[in-house]
Design a protein around this ligand. Structure first.
Ligand SMILES: [Zn+2]
Length: 265
C-alpha cells in the first residue's frame, strides 16, 4: 500500500482550534460512539478494507434517527443499485440528502446494514426522525449501524466519503482532535498508529490508508477522534523506529488540529 497524499495538494493547515468546518449533525443513535477498532480509514489491524464510515450502536433493532434535516434519497435494499463495492453490500440502507449544503457540496448521510427500513424515498425528515433499525444485513459481521457522510455523489463509495467524526457534534463538554501525520516531504503517512493520552482514557487511532477514504476539504487531516473531554492530551506515534510526540488542548464543541511531521522523506 503506497503512501498517498500529494504535498502540492496539502493546503495551509488551520491554525489552532477551528469550529469553522461543519459539525452540523446529530449522531444517528444517541449516546453511541464509533467503534475505536475501526474508525474511518482504518483497516481493523489489517483484517478489513479501509473503513468508509464509522460503526456504532452495536446491537439488533436499535432505532436509527436522521442525523439532520433532509430528504430521503434512498430507502430499501441495494440489490438493484450499488452503494458499496457490490450489490447487497449494505443490505438495507437509507440515504438522506441533507438540507445543509456545505462549501458548495451537496451532503448525503448513509445508514447501512439495517434490519428494517422505516423511511420512504422522498420523505422529508427532521433531526432524529426514525429511519430504520440496526441489523447485520449485507456485508456485516454483526448487528450495528454503519454511518457515512458522502459529498455530491450518493452512489460513490470511493472518493465521496468523508470522516463522519468531523460532521456531528461531540458529546457535551467534549471536543475533537483532528490532525495530519506527514513525512519530511509533506506527504501523508498512512496506516500509522497514534496514541492519544487524555485525562479520561488512552485512545488510539490509525492514520487513513486512503484507498477511497480522503480527507476533509478544509482540514486535510489523516486522522480524527471525536468525543475527547475538554483538556490537554498527549499524542505520540512511532514511525520507522523514531518516536514523535506533541500535546494539544481540546476545547469543548470544537476541533483541535495538530500536525506531526516525521524526519524521513
Ligand atoms: Zn462499517
Amino acid at each position: 500500500m503506497a503512501p498517498t497524499g500529494d504535498a502540492n495538494k496539502l493546503r495551509r493547515p488551520p491554525v489552532g482550534v477551528t469550529n469553522e468546518p461543519h459539525l452540523l449533525f446529530a449522531r444517528p443513535v444517541a449516546n453511541s460512539a464509533p467503534s475505536s477498532q475501526y474508525r474511518f480509514g482504518m483497516s481493523y489491524d489489517g483484517r478489513l478494507a479501509p473503513h468508509h464510515g464509522v460503526d456504532t450502536a452495536p446491537g439488533l433493532g436499535i432505532p436509527i434517527g436522521a442525523a439532520g434535516p433532509g430528504t430521503v434519497f434512498w430507502a430499501g435494499d441495494d440489490l438493484t443499485e450499488v452503494f458499496g463495492t457490490k450489490n447487497d453490500f449494505y443490505g438495507n440502507l437509507v440515504v438522506v440528502k441533507m438540507e445543509a449544503v456545505w462549501n458548495g457540496h451537496t451532503v448525503y448521510t448513509l445508514y447501512g446494514h439495517m434490519s428494517q427500513v422505516a423511511a420512504t424515498v422522498g420523505q422529508v425528515v427532521a433531526t432524529g426522525d426514525l429511519l430504520g433499525f440496526t441489523g447485520s444485513a449485507g456485508v456485516a459481521y454483526g448487528p450495528h449501524l454503519h454511518f457515512e457522510v458522502r459529498l455530491d455523489d450518493p452512489y460513490s463509495y470511493f472518493g465521496a466519503v468523508r470522516n463522519p467524526e468531523l460532521w456531528y457534534k461531540p458529546i457535551p463538554g467534549a471536543g475533537i482532535i483532528a490532525g495530519r501525520l506527514i513525512n519530511g516531504a509533506g506527504r501523508f503517512v498512512p496506516g500509522a498508529r497514534l496514541f492519544i493520552n487524555c485525562k479520561d482514557a488512552l485512545r488510539f487511532v490509525d492514520t487513513y490508508w486512503d484507498q477511497g477514504t480522503p480527507p476533509d476539504d478544509v482540514l486535510v487531516e489523516n486522522f480524527a477522534v471525536s468525543d475527547i473531554p475538554q483538556g490537554n492530551c498527549n499524542i505520540e506515534t512511532t514511525v520507522r523506529g523514531i518516536r514523535y510526540a506533541t500535546s494539544v488542548y481540546v476545547p469543548p464543541g470544537e476541533i483541535a488540529f495538530v500536525i506531526i511531521q516525521t524526519q524521513d522523506k
